[in-house]
Design a protein around this ligand. Sequence first.
Ligand code: ATP
Ligand code: MG
Length: 891
Amino acid sequence: MTATEIRQAFLDFFVSKGHTIVPSAPIVIKNDPTLMFTNAGMNQFKDIFLGEAPAKAPRVADTQRCLRVSGKHNDLEEVGIDTYHHTMFEMLGNWSFGDYFKKEAIAWSWELLTEVYKLPKDRLYVTYFEGDEKEGLEKDTETYDLWKQYVDEAHILPGNKKDNFWEMGETGPCGPCSEVHFDSRPDNERAEVSGATLVNADHDQVIEIWNDVFMQFNRLKGGALQPLPAKHVDTGMGFERLVRVLQGKSSNYDTDVFQPMIQFIAEKSGKTYNSAAKPGDADWSSAVAMRVLADHIRAISFAIADGQLPASNKAGYVIRRILRRAVRYSYQTLGFKEPFFNQLVPLLAEQFKGVFDNLYSQKDFVQKVILEEEVSFLRTLEQGIKYFDDYYEKTFVRTGKTSDGNEIQLLFPGEMAFKLYDTYGFPIDLTQLMARERDTLINMETFEAALQEQKSRSRAASIIDTQDWVVLKDDETSTFTGYDETETIAHVVKYRKVTAKGKEQYQIVLDKTPFYAESGGQVGDKGELVFPDGTIILVTDTKKENGLTVHFVDNLPEDIEDALTAIVDPALRSQTNSNHSATHLLHAAMKQVLGSHVNQKGSLVNSDYLRFDFSHFAKVTDEELAQIEAIVNQKVRQNIPLKEERSVLYAEAITSGVTALFGEKYGEYVRVITFEEEFSKELCGGTHVQATGQIGYFKIISESAVAAGVRRIEAITGVAAEVYITNQSNLVNQLKDLLKNPKDLPKSVESLLEENSKLKKEIEKSILEKSSGLKNELAQKAEAIGGLNFIAQKVALPNAEAVKNLAYQLKDIVPNLYLVLAADFDGKPSLTVMIAENLVKEKGLHAGNIIKELAKEIKGGGGGQPFFATAGGSDASGLDNALVKAKSFIA
Ligand code: ATP
Ligand code: MG
């Protein structure tokens, strides 16, 4: 079976068991503070498990793109070294939301593996949870008994909390689980050592392929387990591992999922891929490198396609780190000195066509982003590697002795790792990897210390402490009323205290709310909660957390259980509406003017302005901007009424040609916002004007670049646009006034500038003439003292350049010169000392030393060479004294 057939067989099987197939959620997570990337198929159903959202269907199945590179599930270190952990992988899964439970889940797992896929039963092992006393969890005998119907008892193994109690993250849904493992060793090895002893023992030929999780609890912040409202099934099977066992391979990379990519890399690098290479073999490091490249390109491409660009912090930095890790292997181990990694994108996009189309439709953009990153990292990579190697070979001492004489391995200094991080952009895990390749560890304590020192912001200030919810009303999901009204009578469902930057705040969830929670670029609403006793609680922000709308407030009312009126600030909301609708018009106009490749890459809509980031490879010209603006304003004047459809089947919406955004997670039903059927039709959850006329006027105020292939437009609407235009026109009027109302304003400014530069040149010329004129006059005043010609004079010259010029001219005509010139440049005193070169040697005079003394008279300082030095000061009244003092150095 090919990989494609294997994936399809899984989906078909669960359709035959009454499941609905759903699309994969994006790999990048937006509305969950506990998670950056999707790490399991169940993530997109978290709020269903927690009872915060209803299930759309009781049984679903899918293939979900996952990323395990941060947080609780982080496999990055294994990737490339082993043959069955990837950064990005597909997780095949089937779910029951309060529908079937262990019995069916186990029966179907077995049926699919042994009857559809026909895996040999004697190579399969299953596990069940042995219980945990500390957590108060019992042994899962039910699962054991269920498996016993199908599986030989010697192949049913107990497992501890680490392996058989699955948790999404530090908090969130969790429960006991039951895994299926596959033993792919040759028969002779199997006869010698029982596979049962190798399950969950990190053996690369006895690997876990499937995990059936029985979701029953929510792990709370303090560590307590809270039973979920219902019991669910959540299973996850690693697609690449399944393909490997079905294709009879001993490495995931030997399957048709990875071979085309591996062969492409091998061919371009001129090396052969040896799947069987072992550590220590000559071709081990290139085998690892090829696996790393073939793996990492998937993680990076899908993250970018889902909207996460490489960046210097948070999720963006995780992506940049992985990218740099791959580029290092490509450069150092495979010998690609020019950008190569990005060239893997087209092949990958082709491979996932029809599975995850979001990559194919953006492949040029994704490749361009990676190329740009590669180019910039390659610039310092070579130097960084050299720095590391030099230090390692010349300075680093590998071993030392403790006070009692024992030899110990020394750590690679953290300060050096920090230098690599700070100066050469080496993520710490890259340096750790390079050190590990030399059997050395990095001193992370000193690295952290150096890092912390750099971060001037105190760490404590950024820690956010979130307490558990205090629940007032059970099983309530909050309804959003804000599309229809800005005032709603509601009750508090739950609240919690949050401490951030030393400041206490509360977060409140209501059963009904008109407050729009920040999403899709639109900021959260502000407003107030009015209680019957007259207490008014200000809502400073509104955010989404999973399915819930969370209101941020600074304090709580005395009686929080009372009915309250939730009121959104109407003025702010109405300006935000204008900016949001204008964003849709802008997007549509840009597709008309620039082309259909323009895709939204980010957006911000608040009451002040709108910001729109989009994929486009060139600067948008002034003419194009004017065209875009004109189209939008035409649509504004046409006063097109809003057409809002709240619940359209996603599939229907897409066929009707709506604009959907990459990296957004859409449900089965979507909301469609239309301004003129043929013009702008977008999937959107935001709030809008009733008709485009309310926007009033649209004005672009800037166009700039934000990243490789991404540009940004900022614009304003309504009153803000009116004020902007009024200010601009006032400015022009002021200029006209100043220039006495010329007929042609730009031309008159131009001639003014021309005249100005001509005058400047003339002045410079006349100053030089003046200083030359002074030359003869001063030469006359030279006083002969002990073989020197001494001149100390105040001169009326306007700048240092002119004084210097005079000094040099005097040196040419007066032999044995000791010259001190004083000048006052508009209240700024200055001194200049010039000494003939022969005197410097013969008399030991030093202009730099003399000027230091003289400068004291004008309350200033200066310095220079032995024959020429200058000083500036703050007290012009001391200039005369300085001239008198000058003589003391020779008299
Ligand atoms: P392992 O112990 O092998 O790391 P796991 O216990 O972390 O696996 P689960 O969290 O139960 O795995 O995920 C469900 C399934 O997803 C696993 O049975 C496996 O087939 C697959 N899987 C997990 N991590 C990876 C990975 N990094 N790369 C590829 N497949 C994976
Ligand atoms: Mg794991």
